[in-house]
Design a protein around this ligand. Sequence first.
Ligand code: PLP
Length: 368
Amino acid sequence: MVLQSPAFNLKKENIFQEVMRRAGQREDVISLAVGDHPGPIDRVVLDELIEEALSSHKGYPPEEGTVLLKEWINQVFYQGQFSTEEIFISDGIKTDLFRLQTFFGPKVRSAYFAPGYPTYKEGCQIIGGEVTPIYLDPAADFIPKCKEIPSFDLFYLCSPNNPTAVALDVTQYKELFASQQLIIHDACYSPYIQTPGKPKTIFFTQQARARAIELGSFSKWAAFSGIRLSWAVIPKELTFSDGTSILRKYKSFLNATYNGVSWLSQRLGVAFLKRPELLDFEIKNTMRKTAKIRQIFEEGGFEVFGGVDCPYLVVRSDLDFLENFGILTLPLDAFDTHYQGFSRVSGFVGEKVLENITSRLQNCFKKL
Ligand code: PLP
């Protein structure tokens, strides 16, 4: 067999594996590199697992997800505006991104804001497609100039964005609707948005129904990154240019290639959504820790971006934080080589890490 797949051109390690390997060589390292929820999963949520295992758990789950979970997602995030047929339960946004890239195929002309989540680019490369980076400018606080973006068949939009933490406002969304054929909205961090008036879903307007697919995930605010649970909303109004329904075609594609998410994960999702106080607590608690980390860097004299609508900060500095402070961060040039001299700092930390980081950084910054 000849090595001919574009997948062979990928780097050996992804950016997260690369930084973790660096950290592994030092014992005193505190990591602010990875955007992973420190957990744990709430006990009351876990208790429902047993009930699920003893009651409805039976054989394969429905490929498209249980109606119960779809109904909860519809109520909690979309005020019931979708039918359950338009919501697909999945095992992660990362998987869904690649699934959609495979579904739409290599011929679509696509784009994304850079620096951005690596799968937008790498997934396209693997299927042999092309994707154009639209570079965000640090001098403009990484805020995209949506009006100036040329038209693409498909645009990957992440709001609030990883790594820059910028969330779009209503005007910026509308500018994208005007130029883009189809937007895949990665809403991984949307519940964290704090700025009044900034939409937490692309479906804040009916206009989006003929323009967008939204991907949501339980990973970042329910500590489900190890459980794997997410969803995709594909409105009925979406069509290919010949009028064919995207939803219909996607259903056939999904059913041919997927056997669904475990009953147990889906039941955990329902148990979490039933208790709005859990989501509220997670958002407030994580943003409190992010604000504290932001304050420490600012008091240390660093230029800091983000940290308001999403638990990520971008810190401008040429210092090697690992070398100088024993703090692991994610260099932005790992996302895209255009961005030298910036690091992504994550606010997804436990209380102990926050305590350690506070004393270590304050001490180190005093000596600078
Ligand atoms: N999208 C973005 C922007 C992310 O940052 C991440 C994880 O870091 C994902 C998707 C992956 O989410 P999931 O755990 O649902 O696959």
